[in-house]
Design a binder for this molecule. Structure first.
Ligand SMILES: [Zn+2]
Length: 138
């Protein structure tokens, strides 16, 4: 299994706290500063309270795989042949069910992702960037 190496999109600073959390080994999610409702992907304007700001909260680094797919041919621009295959998973944190965070599955030898599999955050360095990744909990 490989790791996709590409820079996360930083057109805005919207996701910066998320990636700063990963650097510290924390899983962070955006929430409304007024009512506390979690929002993922972080919106530029909160629909629950448009005047409120986004708070970033550290949530459980453990959860379950909601869905997954294994990428065997990269569609990223450039030459990424050495980075496949890798498995992209959607993870629901125990603290925020229904918010699904796209991540990389860090498989052990011979291990495959399964829906409902318990996983723990294990951020991975990919080139100059850190990516959200999870490994199975034994
Ligand atoms: Zn709100």
């Amino acid at each position: 299994m490989g790791i996709p190496v590409f820079p996360p999109r930083f057109d805005t600073d919207l996701l910066k706290p998320f990636y700063e959390g990963l650097e510290k080994g924390e899983l962070r999610m955006s929430a409304c500063s007024t009512c506390g409702e979690f929002h993922w992907y972080p919106p530029e304007i909160l629909h629950c309270h448009p005047e409120a700001k986004i708070d970033w909260r550290t949530i459980s680094p453990e959860g379950v795989i909601y869905s997954f797919t294994t990428v065997t041919r990269s569609l990223l621009p450039g030459d990424h042949r050495d980075e496949v295959p890798f498995t992209v998973i959607l993870v629901e944190s125990d603290d925020v069910p229904n918010a699904r965070i796209p991540s990389i599955f860090m498989a052990r030898e011979g291990q495959e992702a399964e829906c409902g599999m318990r996983v723990r955050l294990s951020p991975v360095q990919a080139g100059e960037h850190i990516l959200p990744a999870f490994e199975a909990i034994d």
